[in-house]
Design a protein around this ligand. Sequence first.
Ligand code: NAP
Ligand code: GLV
Length: 313
Amino acid sequence: MKILFYMPLTDAATWLHDLARALPDADLREWQPGDRAPADFAVVWRPPREMLAGRDTLRAIFNLGAGVDAILALEREQPGTLPRNVPLIRLEDTGMGAQMAEYVTHAVLRYLRCFDEYDAQQRERRWKALEPHPRATFTVGVLGLGVLGTQVARTLASFGLPVRGYSRGAKQIDGVTTFAGEARFDAFLDGAKVLVNLLPYTPDTAGVLNARTFARLARGAYLVNVARGAHLVDTDLLAALASGQLAAATLDVFHEEPLPADHPFWREPRITITPHTSALTLREESVAQVASKIGALLRGEPVSGVVRAERGY
Ligand code: NAP
Ligand code: GLV
């Protein structure tokens, strides 16, 4: 069994070493430009077109991330990038759920408990207890109730916060009020105090974090975007902060990454910026999942995480 690997800006040798340990019978190689030799599986992150184009005999392509928007965009821009009829399989959790739960919980509790205000007071050596946010109305809405959104919603609910969740299909999650489908979108948003975005980026979800969406939230609401930068209309966020409709935002993802040095977000103190690190691809967990799914496919068993290109995730 031959496996092609491609993951730019990473220590490919360590990945190949770990994959070889998990799949001792595999013949593994890092893809290099010009390599057209046969392969059975590809394990990739943002591959160039020439790596996969025409490889119709691949048994599966593994995407080394949860989101497949980049690889599907490549296919839209340069048709034929992804060989037809070869399943594209994304990472499912692989330790990202726990990271997301930590990141989002940190942001939400920071806003709930007024840590930004206390930071400002500390800089002025001011000792003053602030009126706490009433927990009963500190409603958190989680957009996307998939592998990651579900874990985030459950974790937030464990703090006794009112939590809502939004997805395409109906879901039942203990402690979470769920809303499904476009017709329920406004009801999901109405009066929420924090909006957390964990939707995949697709043609249906592009720009979902916009002025109309913000206007339905409680006045002085908070935004946490950990999905994709293109979900957000940047100018609408700045306007909502300026008007007080939004009080603050935590952003991990941006239209352009790295965020350009002259982007206005850097100058807005109410925006917290992290460099796309809310949930990293963890090597050990990812290698174990890919190896286990390759084993299942070789035995002719079905695997989960297969992307439905027509849905975009
Ligand atoms: P997932 O399991 O595929 O879940 C996606 C969720 O979004 C599902 O609940 C789905 O509804 C819902 N959804 C999709 N399109 C929708 C629409 N048009 N309207 C309403 N709901 C819709 O994905 P995941 O593993 O949780 O990951 C989510 C995203 O997080 C990824 O796509 C990626 O962009 C982002 N991410 C970011 C980082 C980071 O470091 N910042 C790390 C990992 C992932 P159904 O359940 O009904 O299908
Ligand atoms: C990271 O953003 C991912 O999609 O895994």
